[in-house]
Structures are given as C-alpha cells and as structure tokens.
Design a protein around this ligand. Structure first.
Ligand code: GLN
Length: 243
C-alpha cells in the first residue's frame, strides 16, 4: 500500500513548522510498513489532484495568503471535486482560513477556495495561546499552539472540537476548527500531528479507506509512549490554569 501526500505552496504557507506534519504522516506510515510519496507544489505548478490521497495546506501571514489567493481561484474547481470525492485535507491556520469563502483583513478581502461554508474576519488583537480541545475524532485531547488575527465563523458546520483551554475559532464560540467530509481545518499548529498521533492516524485511516476500501484492514496500533506523556503534561498543566 502507498499514499501520496501533496504539500501545497510550502514556500509560502509554512509557518511554525507545518512541514513536520508531513514528516509525521510519512513516519507513522513507515512504522506500519506502508509506503508514501511526498509531492510539493509551488504556485505555478500543475496540481494532479487525481493522484493525491492527502493534501496539506499550511499557515501563512496575511501577505502570503494574499499571494496564494489568485492561484486558488484557478484550482478551486478541481480542489472542490477532490474534497467532494472524500479526498483528505489537513489545513492549518492560514490554510484553514483559505478553505472558506473569504478572509477579510484590514488591508482588504482575501478570497478563499469556498470549499467549506465558513468565513474569517480580522478583529482587534491576536489570539495567541497554548490551546487544548476535546474532539470526538480522538480519545486523547488535541493539543497545540494558536496565533491568529482572523476569527473564523463556521456556520452550521461541525467543529473539530470544544475548547478547554485557549481561544479557538473566534474566542467566543467555545469551539475550534472545522470538519467537513475528510477535511480538517484548525488553528492548531506547532506542528499539529506529531503532538496528536491519534489525529494523524485518523487522517491516514480515512485516506487508506478511500484508496483501498475493504483491502485496508486498519492501522496496527503504535505504543506512542512519549506522545502520550507529552499530551498528558500539557493537559494537566493547562487544566488547572485560569486565564
Ligand atoms: N494570517 C492569518 C492570521 O493572522 C493566519 C496566521 C497563521 O497562519 N498563523 O489570522
């Protein structure tokens, strides 16, 4: 078995080590004896969506998001078909905002892919925090770090989780991220997947099920001793803290 992972515009969207999410997916597949190939795409490259099993869209500054936005208009339809065909997407922070209809900044409006019915508006001050949330996608709480000026409103969509500590989508709703089909959008970076191996395995499982159907019998469990200890440390530390 083999998965192909597409990293979109890493030269522009790669804040806070988002690339580590790819290394994590590759390594967790390797530990299960599953092959992978990573393809990186620059702005002008043709994206062969039909060959991809997982797409990563990382974080970026407003300036970089503005640069990416014109290219998104050109790939929007193909990207949408990939998503509607249950393609797996992990979109972090700036990438998460770009999944939606728009991101309105003080310097202008950045049009998004309009793949998920969400929108983002820049509001006063930045939301900068360690954060942890509870999600029904994983047993372990999902931990990370957030740093965003945009506030995201997800309409009727399902959130990734409920904020236990931190700010989340907009600092008001009490929710973080979004889940739509096999797309996950989130403000958590740091990077996300090495810190949250269960979320990584969730995405890998979705991609393997889509590609191999019944032939795929599930991922073999890994011990994840260090990951579990680190997760517990964060959760314990921030559970007792009052903001
Ligand atoms: N530029 C966006 C914001 O500030 C996203 C930042 C990020 O990707 N960390 O809201």
């Amino acid at each position: 078995m083999k998965l192909t992972i597409g990293h979109l515009f890493p030269d522009l969207l790669n804040l806070y080590g988002d690339r580590g999410n790819i290394q994590c997916m590759v390594q967790r597949l390797r530990w299960r004896g599953i092959d992978s190939e990573v393809k990186t795409y620059s702005l002008e490259d043709n994206i062969d969506f039909e060959n991809l099993d997982i797409i990563l869209l990382g974080g970026g500054s407003d300036r970089e998001q503005m640069l990416v936005c014109n290219r998104l208009k050109e790939i929007k339809d193909k990207f949408k078909s990939y998503v509607e065909d249950n393609g797996v997407v992990i979109a972090i922070c700036g990438g998460y905002q770009l999944l939606g209809k728009y991101y309105e900044t003080d310097d202008g409006k950045i049009d998004g892919l309009d793949i998920v019915d969400i929108y983002t508006v820049q509001e006063k001050g930045r939301l900068i925090n360690n954060i942890f949330i509870e999600s029904d996608l994983c047993e372990m709480p999902i931990v990370g770090f957030e740093n965003h000026g945009g506030r995201t409103y997800i309409n009727k969509n399902k959130p990734l989780g409920k904020v236990v500590f931190g700010k989340g989508n907009n600092g008001k709703s009490g929710y973080e991220g979004v889940v739509y089909k096999n797309v996950i959008g989130t403000y958590l970076h740091g990077p996300l997947l090495p810190k949250n191996p269960q979320l990584c395995d969730y995405l890998l499982t979705k991609a393997l099920e889509r590609k191999y159907g019944e032939l795929f019998k599930g991922l073999s469990p890994l011990e994840d001793k260090e990951e579990k200890e680190a997760n517990k440390y964060i959760v314990d530390r921030y559970s007792n803290k009052i903001e």
